[in-house]
Write a protein that binds this ligand. Structure first.
Ligand SMILES: C[S@@+](CC[C@H](N)C(=O)[O-])C[C@H]1O[C@@H](n2cnc3c(N)ncnc32)[C@H](O)[C@@H]1O
Length: 234
């Protein structure tokens, strides 16, 4: 993968940006996503944010190599602290856990006041991201699920909602993703079949503990029940 040929996962993320995007990619690593977007759209511009020195240097190198310094600003810092309110109309946070993504969104709430769209690709725990978005003035407007290199990735697209709030989702819908649950694609089924096996294993191991965590066991049991219901029903 590089900035000219993106991984399928990042390609699907890139596809959620509008033409002429003005976005921040937080946790940009090599800045492949902003470079790809700017190389393919002469009106696009981006901020590539990175907290770690190694990936920050990689991002600087990549941007320089493509002479994109005028359109991609590479900044070092934690989460959305590198973006000033009003600087980015879209925010991408991809390739991290859902809890970390939700934390970054929470800390960057002032920047998000000026953001129309958030595109999040949590590697695990997408529910935390959906919950945060809905509780903070965003409406989930789309979801994607892709399989690549033996992994299955979920992408959540949320737009700032002025009037209508679709915050009536059940815990179950937030767990599976309201759009993904409706669609129930083959990849979605595969993901939850795998997750079911994992949860059953964890459940059996946890039950053997000398002092089982009953609260956690109940939660896992509830999730297994949800998954089996979803897989059974069409
Ligand atoms: C697994 S990489 C994902 C890179 C790229 N976004 C992608 O999806 O391919 C996660 C990146 O996020 C960076 N990161 C982690 N926590 C961060 C934070 N709080 N602020 C900015 N960057 C962060 C890491 O240094 C790492 O480069």
């Amino acid at each position: 993968m590089n900035e000219q040929v993106l991984s399928l996962r990042l390609q699907v993320v890139a596809d959620q940006l509008p033409a002429g995007a003005n976005f921040a990619d937080i946790g940009s690593d090599h800045a492949y996503l902003p470079c790809y977007v700017c190389l393919n759209d002469s009106d696009a511009k981006a901020i590539a944010g990175e907290v770690n020195e190694g990936p920050y240097q990689s991002a600087l190198r990549e941007v320089k190599e493509h002479n994109l310094e005028g359109r991609i600003s590479v900044r070092k810092g934690d989460g959305l602290s590198v973006v000033k309110p009003g600087e980015a109309e879209q925010v991408v946070i991809a390739g991290m856990g859902g809890t970390l993504i939700a934390e970054i969104l929470e800390k960057g709430i002032e920047v998000l006041d000026y953001t129309d769209r958030v595109i999040a690709q949590p590697n695990v725990d997408a529910k935390s991201v959906r919950k945060w978005l809905i509780a903070n003035g965003f409406q989930i407007t789309g979801e994607k699920i892709v399989e690549e290199g033996g992994h299955i990735y979920e992408i959540v697209i949320a737009d700032r909602s002025e009037g209508y709030h679709n915050d009536t989702f059940s815990e179950r819908e937030l767990y599976f993703g309201p759009f993904l649950l409706k669609e129930k694609s083959d990849i979605f089924r595969k993901k939850w079949e795998e997750e079911n096996q994992k949860l059953k294993y964890v459940f059996s191991q946890m039950r053997k503990a000398s002092k089982p965590d009953n609260q956690k066991l109940d939660r896992i049991q509830k999730e297994i029940k949800w998954i089996e219901e979803v897989l059974e029903n069409g």
